[in-house]
Design a protein around this ligand. Structure first.
Ligand code: PAF
Length: 292
């Protein structure tokens, strides 16, 4: 009789210690399984769910890290208030097909005497990097530690954080991590607002106002599709729309080359149109890419 080996099983294990995560991964690797990693800061939503599902389609085993990484928050940012709900995250991970949750305490991830920094030059200088000076150093340090702990074959990141995705791809190339980085499309709410754990900060009134981000990008894309090739004009279109929403305060509007992330004046190749906007106190980001 033929034995059918079912590679996937939907039992989920949550571990907090690096050694526990490593032991599980080593066991899976000995058994010949491929590993997908979805790094997250928890309070998971359908955007994360899409990453986990994709990872589960493309790998035998999927690990999800749930870690609010302190090093990527500036002094006056929302580290303390960042939403957390591990029980809810566990259910979503299980339903989406994850096999392991790695949910370490900050003290497990960061030793008191640690002194190593991971700094990706160039790509981190503009956009969110210009506004959040410590952010990408923290992201790269945290993610490179996760990569060394989990040693995945593939790791999955959302395209909503377009600069983060570009920076991590560069870090992986520069540091020879043997990991394929997979970017996954933005998942949106019914009214176009990009899914984000931070959407939970919005009051009812702010939540209604927040869809202006996507609306402004839709207008910009329309203009590009109609042949507009001046970056300044694209920025004006976005600015005008955002300006029509009283609760919106622009942090930045940028039109950059999608590989170098350097601002462009004339749109001649592949570009990233990226915005960061405060709705009340909450800073939201959104973007799209366009090929001229
Ligand atoms: O995108 C995030 O949630 C975080 O920046 C990440 C990649 C999990 C690193 O902490």
């Amino acid at each position: 009789m033929e034995t059918v080996v079912l590679k996937k099983h939907y039992n989920i294990k949550r571990v907090q210690r690096i050694t526990e995560a490593r032991n599980q991964i080593k066991k899976w690797k000995r058994e010949g399984f491929t590993i997908g990693l979805v790094p997250t800061m928890g309070f998971l939503h359908e955007g994360h769910e899409s990453l986990i599902k994709r990872a589960s389609e493309e790998n035998d085993k999927v690990g999800v890290s749930v870690f609010v990484n302190p090093t990527q928050f500036g002094k006056n940012e929302d580290l303390g208030s960042y939403p957390r709900d591990i029980k809810r995250d566990e259910i979503l991970c299980k339903q989406a097909g994850a096999n392991l949750i790695f949910n370490p305490e900050p003290s497990e991830m960061y030793y008191k005497d640690a002194s190593t920094v991971v700094n990706v030059g160039g790509l981190t200088e503009g956009l969110c990097g210009a506004k959040r000076p410590v952010h990408f150093g923290g992201v790269c340090l945290g993610v490179s530690k996760l990569f060394n702990i989990v040693t995945p074959d593939r790791a999955y990141f959302g395209e909503k954080d377009a600069q983060q995705l570009a920076v991590i791809k560069k870090m992986v190339k520069d540091l020879n991590f043997d990991i394929e980085i997979v970017g996954c499309p933005i998942v949106r709410e019914f009214d176009g607002l990009a899914k984000s754990s931070r959407n939970t900060y919005l009051s009812l009134e702010e939540r209604k106002a927040a869809c202006v981000l996507n609306k402004s990008l839709i207008l910009a894309r329309k203009a590009l599709n109609s042949g507009e090739r001046k970056a300044a004009r694209i920025k004006d279109i976005i600015s005008e729309k955002l300006g029509s929403e009283i609760l919106a305060k622009i942090d930045y509007i940028e039109v950059v080359d999608s590989l170098t992330l350097k601002p462009v004046e004339n749109i001649e190749s592949s570009i990233l149109v990226a915005i960061a906007v405060y709705i009340g106190e909450t800073r939201l980001i959104d973007n799209f890419t366009f090929k001229a």
